[in-house]
Design a protein around this ligand. Structure first.
Ligand SMILES: [Zn+2]
Ligand SMILES: [Zn+2]
Length: 254
């Protein structure tokens, strides 16, 4: 693979604001940071209601008040839902999933106690099979080991994107790097798709993907496996799975 700027990243799929209770910037500050980094599409993905300190479900129900474009940046109204049990249920229902543009889902120790690799894997596969989630986020967390081939096969079968999370290499979930590499390789091997998320909890980290880029280049993942460089590709994917109207974003970002 060529080194350096091998792809232009247009999308940040995973960001938090003060609404999450343990993040430090506003939406306007995150948008300004995204614009300054050349991000065209920013997903606002606060923690789901099961996360201590997270926003009430009404926060998500009212996201339609957020403009489609802020400071020239397209906004996706999303959530980082919690996988709340070992049967793979998440903390929003189908009606809410349909109202949002994008649903990430992840495992957090504060919501679900870690158990065995096989049980984590089954929970994630069931969440993917439910059709409620678009992205499996920070799957390299060593607190929740998973079978990367089973996850990658399910992701390809149920058309769920697998996130490579920049914060997992810097401020969160120490020890993730090796697992993230194995997961990314498995997704490429089974013809799935990856997407980058900053998981920024402060504006200065929005749109920062240095570690994600380094990982992808180091292990030689094919460029097309990562869809972070195409707003159109992501919007097409999401418009097939949600009832929200993304036309304004398609037109502004084509
Ligand atoms: Zn998370
Ligand atoms: Zn997050």
């Amino acid at each position: 693979m060529p080194s350096g700027n091998f792809m232009h990243i247009e999308i940040d799929i995973h960001t938090h604001t003060i609404a999450s209770g343990h993040a430090y910037s506003t939406l306007a500050e995150n948008v300004a940071a995204a614009a300054s980094r050349g991000i065209k599409l920013l997903a606002l993905t606060e923690h789901g209601p099961a996360m201590p300190g997270g926003p009430h479900v009404w926060f998500f129900a009212n996201m339609r008040v957020i403009p489609r474009l802020m400071n020239g940046v397209g906004i996706l109204r999303g959530i980082e839902a919690n996988i709340i049990n070992l049967t793979g249920e998440i903390d929003i229902d189908r009606a809410m999933q349909q109202q949002l543009d994008i649903v990430l889902a992840s495992l957090h120790e504060t919501v679900l106690a870690p158990t065995t690799k096989s049980k984590h894997t089954k929970a994630v596969v069931k969440a993917m099979a439910s059709g409620l989630i678009d992205v499996f986020a920070h799957g390299g967390n060593p607190a929740f080991p998973v079978d990367v081939d089973e996850i990658a096969l399910a992701a390809a079968a149920y058309k769920v994107l697998v996130e490579i999370n920049n914060s997992s290499f810097t401020t969160s979930r120490p020890g993730s790097a090796k697992n993230c590499a194995a997961l990314a390789e498995a997704v490429a091997r089974h013809n799935g798709n990856l997407i980058f998320g900053s998981d920024a909890h402060i504006a200065c980290n929005v749109g920062r993907f240095d570690e994600c880029r380094a990982l992808i280049e180091e292990i030689g993942i094919p460029k097309d496996t990562v869809i972070s460089s195409s707003c159109n590709r992501l919007l097409t994917f999401l418009s097939e799975r949600h009832k929200t109207n993304l036309r304004e974003l398609f037109e502004a970002l084509k």
